[in-house]
Design a protein around this ligand. Structure first.
Ligand code: C2E
Ligand code: MG
Ligand code: MG
Ligand code: MG
Length: 291
């Protein structure tokens, strides 16, 4: 319901508040107050990053981590990124937040590399609003250069909707990002307006299979068919596939059987604070356990 209200605000703009049902009105004032609090959050140090390990079947270990943003508001407590990212997109704040995420992640990666974590890739979510900024490529390239990491150690996650909004323009930006050295993946794959034909024109390295198809993978023949199709399509387009939201061993086993390259989910690890991530990294370097 909160999401529906936010969606309407996004779609129709502020003048349409009067059409909202009373409970939606309450949600709108919450969202206005939150939106205001979010404006101060960066300066007040309320934003932080967590890192969720990704497991490669081929390498039998962690090869990468997804960077996920967290907001702990003193007034409101922890707020889900699903809620505050949408607000930040609506207000335009996502531009400065997105740059902050990139800089913090690059800084952290540079430090980890100095400590001996080589070949680690960090996957960073890009909002459609960021993606449509004309200076996106120069900005991202500058940030990683200033922090001293190679763009090849960064994978940028885009959603299908972003890519398909304007496929021509998106294709050019993706090509420019790839030329600058970044890797690209399509996040939440299968939930958008999946058009298979556009994929081959994009400079994409990986499809991230949305967790909604993974949840009932073992019991739903439909979900299994969809996941199988995505993995095979990725393979024939010479892309990798990663399944999100893997929570059980049975799901992991089935995904490996189906030829999925990588998995990410609570089974392997929850998103971790930087220091816990470092411990996880070194522990799995010593042990040989895989899936
Ligand atoms: P996403 O990029 O698809 O990220 C995956 C989400 O699934 C994360 O939620 C993660 O914590 C959650 N997850 C991971 N493994 C499991 C699992 O096994 N089971 C379940 N049920 N969930 C799992 P989170 O951190 O709440 O982030 C939600 C969304 O917010 C992200 O979805 C992404 O779209 C957005 N987001 C997060 N951080 C950023 C950011 O820095 N920038 C932008 N633009 N968006 C972000
Ligand atoms: Mg993501
Ligand atoms: Mg996702
Ligand atoms: Mg998502």
């Amino acid at each position: 319901c909160a999401e529906a209200a936010m969606y309407q605000v996004k779609q129709q703009g502020r003048n349409n508040f009067r059409f909202f049902a009373p409970e939606m009105q309450a949600n709108s004032s919450r969202s206005l107050a939150l939106s205001h609090a979010l404006k101060l959050a960066l300066a007040r140090n309320e934003l932080s990053l967590v890192y969720q390990p990704q497991f490669s079947f081929e390498r039998q270990r962690m090869h990468a981590a997804e960077v996920l943003l967290r907001w702990q508001s003193p007034e409101w407590g922890p707020i889900s990124p699903v809620e505050f990212i949408a607000m930040a997109e609506h207000s335009g704040l996502i531009i400065s937040i997105g740059e902050w995420v990139m800089r913090e992640a690059a800084k952290q990666l540079a430090l980890w590399q100095k400590q001996g974590m080589h070949n680690l890739v960090l996957a960073i979510n890009l909002s459609g609003v960021q993606f449509n900024q004309p200076d996106l490529v120069t900005n991202l390239a500058r940030i990683v250069r200033e922090e001293g990491v190679e763009p090849a150690c960064i994978e940028l996650e885009l959603t299908e909707a972003v890519a398909l909004q304007n496929p021509e323009a998106a294709g050019l930006v993706m090509h420019a990002l790839q030329q600058a050295g970044f890797h690209l993946s399509i996040d939440d794959f299968g939930t958008g307006y999946s058009s298979m034909s556009y994929l081959k024109r994009f400079a994409v390295d990986k499809l991230k299979i949305d967790q909604s198809f993974v949840r009932e993978l073992e019991s739903s023949a439909d979900d299994k068919a969809i996941v199988t199709a995505i993995i095979q399509m990725a393979q024939s387009l010479e892309m990798k596939s990663l399944a999100e939201g893997v929570e059980t061993q049975a799901q992991a086993d089935l995904l490996r059987e189906l030829g999925c390259h990588e998995i990410q989910g609570y089974l392997y690890s929850r998103p971790l604070l930087a220091q816990d991530f470092a411990s996880f990294y070194w522990a799995q370097m010593i042990s040989k356990s895989g899936f």
